[in-house]
Design a protein around this ligand. Structure first.
Ligand code: GLU
Length: 427
């Protein structure tokens, strides 16, 4: 393994346009489905695209304007659903792609939602808690006629979590009058959040990885694992996969990758991260590599759980994993798909693999609406069954059309959304 060159190990979003990446797969699936040209147009473009500029008073007494988006891709199958991310990489095309992926993800998970996504271009690591709160409240106010329990339901995404969701509930409830916990999912438990929601995405990544390993006859107890990204999705996916017996040999975050062929001590890595401002810089449990090196390690299972566009035409040929399970949204480009398919690498695509999060968001929303709350055991059991069913559905489509799991996932989802659009009719 080559030694780390520099801190080019940082995970950065590469330049491919995520919306175009989505469309390339959409086009392949549209051909397989023989999709009518008019329905193709309805599904391709977002239904609504809102951009706001939010003036926020910063702690230094100066006003700063933040650019925010909410894109509703589709409401054909139900109210639109999808997270809100805070990142300097946020831009219209990224949010458009992420919104479309939510439409496909919800259709695959078989939950009665359309797809949406929101984002604010900001760097929360350089903002005070008060500044983040004011920004979150201003965004909620600007979107208060877009959000709605039966219209559009946000959730956490990159750099947002229960804390931000609580501010959204509060702001929305104050504006509209009346406590409305079902306006958002991923809330703290004491505000109507669901047991199991925090771990849900990682748990689902684990379920889909194990489903794929069963099909591939890979024994988890004899398999090695590398995980890119050590936030909520990466660290929790790693935890569940290690519990299944996989040997975790590499982890990473924006400070670089850490590799130990004898196995990374996950508990130590988590303790280290939690006491080190949330990052792995200086972690001694493995030798330092770049994030690119991690993606090309000789492992059985690779779980990219960080950003878009990580496995590209430039590194796909060097990927040695037998199975890739996408915890992140959009980590593999379409050009990389072709290379991986030719190499026989099985990829469980994002819109299937990371659907556990929105599945438990749906359970949270149902609990808020009915006022009856399930036990954690019940939530986990249901989520596991739903993820397994989704995997089997996509697997059968892939067998039927002799395509990759990614294209099969698009075919499955687009067929369902197209059927809903046709039966609902139009003007
Ligand atoms: N942000 C998560 C995702 O990309 C969860 C969305 C939700 O729960 O609505 O799937």
């Amino acid at each position: 393994m080559a030694k780390a060159k520099s801190l080019a190990s940082t995970i950065t979003a590469h330049s491919s346009n995520p919306f175009e990446e989505m469309i390339r797969r959409f086009d392949v699936a549209a051909k397989i489905l023989n999709l009518e040209a008019d329905i193709y147009d309805v599904m391709k473009y977002p239904a609504k695209n809102i951009e706001v500029n939010l003036p926020i008073m910063m702690d230094n007494g100066l006003i700063k304007v933040f650019n925010g988006y909410r894109v509703i891709h589709s409401t054909a199958l139900g109210p639109s659903k999808g997270g809100i991310r805070y990142s300097m990489d946020v831009n219209e095309d990224e949010v458009k792609a992420l919104a479309a992926w939510m439409t496909w993800k919800c259709a695959i998970a078989d939950i009665p939602y359309g797809g949406a996504k929101g984002g604010i271009k900001c760097d929360p690591s350089k903002m005070s808690v008060g500044e983040i709160e004011r920004l979150t409240r201003a965004y909620t106010k600007a979107m208060s006629d877009i959000f709605g329990v039966d219209k559009d339901i946000p959730a956490p995404d990159m750099n947002t979590g229960p804390r931000e969701m609580a501010w959204i509930v509060d702001e929305f409830s104050n504006l509209k009058g009346g406590f409305t916990p079902g306006i958002v999912t991923g809330k703290p438990l004491h505000l109507g959040g669901s047991l199991g929601r925090v771990e849900a995405t990682g748990r689902g990544v684990n379920t889909s990885a194990i489903c794929a390993m069963n099909k591939m006859k890979l024994n988890p107890k004899k398999s090695t694992l590398a995980v890119q990204g050590f936030g909520n999705v990466g660290s929790i996916s790693a935890r569940f996969l290690v519990e299944q017996g996989l040997k975790l040999v590499a982890i990473s975050d924006y400070t670089g990758a850490y590799y130990n062929p004898k196995g990374i001590d996950l508990a130590k890595a988590l303790t280290y991260r939690n006491s080190n401002k949330g990052n792995l810089e200086g972690f001694k449990g493995g030798s330092k590599l770049t994030n690119d090196d991690l993606l090309c390690l000789k492992v059985d299972v690779l779980a990219p759980c960080a950003l878009e566009n990580q496995i590209t035409k430039d590194n796909a040929a060097n990927v040695q994993a037998k199975l890739i399970v996408e915890g992140a949204n959009g980590p593999t480009t379409s050009a990389a798909d072709d290379i991986l398919n030719k190499k026989g690498v099985i990829v469980v695509p994002d819109i299937l693999a990371n659907g556990g999060g929105v599945t438990v968001s749906y359970f949270e929303w149902v609990q808020n609406r009915t006022g009856y709350y399930y036990s954690e055991e019940e939530i986990n059991k249901r989520a596991n069954n739903w993820m397994t069913k989704a995997f089997e559905n996509v697997w059968s489509v892939a067998q039927k059309h002799k395509t990759s799991l990614r294209i099969a996932a698009y075919v499955y989802a687009m067929n369902k959304v197209a059927t809903a659009i046709k039966s609902r009719g139009s003007y």
